[in-house]
Design a protein. Sequence first.
Length: 652
Amino acid sequence: MNDTYTALRSILVTLILCLCFSAKAAALQLLFDDPTLTPLERQITLDLLDQAHRSLPPTMVERLDRSVEVSWSRRLPPHVIGRATVAGQLWLNRQWLAPLVAAVGDSPFDERSHGGLRKELLSTVIHELGHMYDRAQTGPSEQRGTLRRCRWQFQSTGVVGLSAACRGSGQRRHSLSDDPRVLDLAGWSELTGGRGQRYLASDRPDRTPDAYELKSPAEFAAVNLEYFLLDPEYACRRPELYDYFADHFDWAPPRAACGQSYPYLRAGLRDDHPVVGSIDPSRLYAVHYLLAEPNREWASRWGHSMLRVVLCAPGRAPGPDCLLDLEHHLVLSFRAFVNDLQLSSWDGLTGEYPSRLFILPLGQVVDEYTRLELRGLQSIPLELSAEQRADLIRQAAQLHWSYDGRYYFVSNNCAVETLKLLRIGTRDSRLATLESITPTGLLQALDARGMADLEVINDRNAALRRGYYFDSQRQRYERMLMVVRDELPIQAEDLDGWLELPAASRRSVIQQAGRRASAALLVLEQAAHDRHMMLAQQEVKRLYLSQPQGDGAAAGHLVEQLLAQSAFLSRPASLSVSGYGLPQPEEWALMQDQARRRHSELKQLAESVEQMLPGLLSPDRQRELEGAKHNLELLAERIRTMHRASGGMQLH
């Protein structure tokens, strides 16, 4: 009775498949007929093909107007589950048929009983049909061969692209795997000035559902088609690609409900913010182009491009007042992650440094540039719609978890990376042909295209009040120096000259200063101390590089450990968290525990490095650091003494 039921059901499924596949003349047909199989084997195969067919988008079935013969083959290597042949056949590896039947036994078919093997076979069928669909989209076969040669002709130089003749032929249609939108989202980045050429390797290797997708754009398209059709969480984990497939097919499968915010790791060791944060798009008010102004250092002479994310305080409706919520604002900053003890211009030119997307609190960035590097920050609002801003932040969150590129000072620097993020995230037509390799040049180009308004910083005082400009502490220090010069004769002609004076020379001025000059000198002495701390760090690096033995080697080893262990702050995918794409709420708890633990270990290591460094400095550097500390203590005591002598009156 059971064999009769199985045989009848097999015949019925075959008839249903034939009716479905022949309902339209131009539609996909999966043909399967193997008389050597048992009724149960045949039933399982037909059920598998039926489910695969039902999973496909209707438009894909219609456009893939061909008959595909499916068979269980013994000719495939053991590691290959299935393969689409050049002749348009679909082979499944015969070695997996018996295990599949064994999982079912003699019971009527229930797809829930097949576990991982059935899902893997189903994914394989969809994957190989995806390849067939992808190839079919480029047009006639004689054109496909030509276009394939064009597409891969630049492999030997590390990039791929179409030659000028191929691009201008007018014969080409985009398939899934060479659609510029897919290539952008996949990480096959377009070369600056390359006229359509792209890097050969994807720059999105992290949190991938299947590393096989990184092999080529064609495999990327096929793998992601599997997940689009079979994983309800795909819309939450890779939302931009989900939207692309849904638009392409004008159809989408059922999807899971997604969380309302995006997790990220804050880069830095400060304790005033938790190491794990989240971005809530509903609190997003604006996105600014944030430019760190150039200085005289060779790596900073063109400025630095960043994006400022203006998030409102919880409970505040998005509006202009959100510009006052500075403690909630974030900065997206592409930087070279330098995991050794020197910054080499040659390494920067040849792409030896990883490029990472750092997410930082605005206050930390302002302090870094205005106080330590003495550079002003211009914060220029970008003219973007609310939808564009939300899409941009979503794309930035996905990059934060998947991106690990190569940093080139010329062709893939902070300006190029920021422009790519803007172009891919907003899909604004004004950015389509824009190219710039310098941060200042990019800002001027955005201004010329009506996306940024430089007039907001023309009046620097108004810009400071409105939060569009953060002035360098250099101006403040220069004002303090004028206060000192008004009261006392000093040797230095300008701020740099004052900061370069020996601590003992500055101390002779301190001992003559009155109340106003002492207050000004306290600010200047702190700047001198900060400057010597930066010089001390550079000196230790040089010492380690030139003397790799002894104490220098021990310190260098600690610093190397510090740099290596800090990598997770800019590459959060290095945390051992399961899943792919954007982490989902169930993964957050594990992620937070790991991040807090590694952050604590990193702080302890940093403290060890800090304790060891003073003993490695040259006598001159030690003397200047100690002298600056002594000057600060002397000034603090001098100011307290004058304050008491004046009867507690406030000093002005």
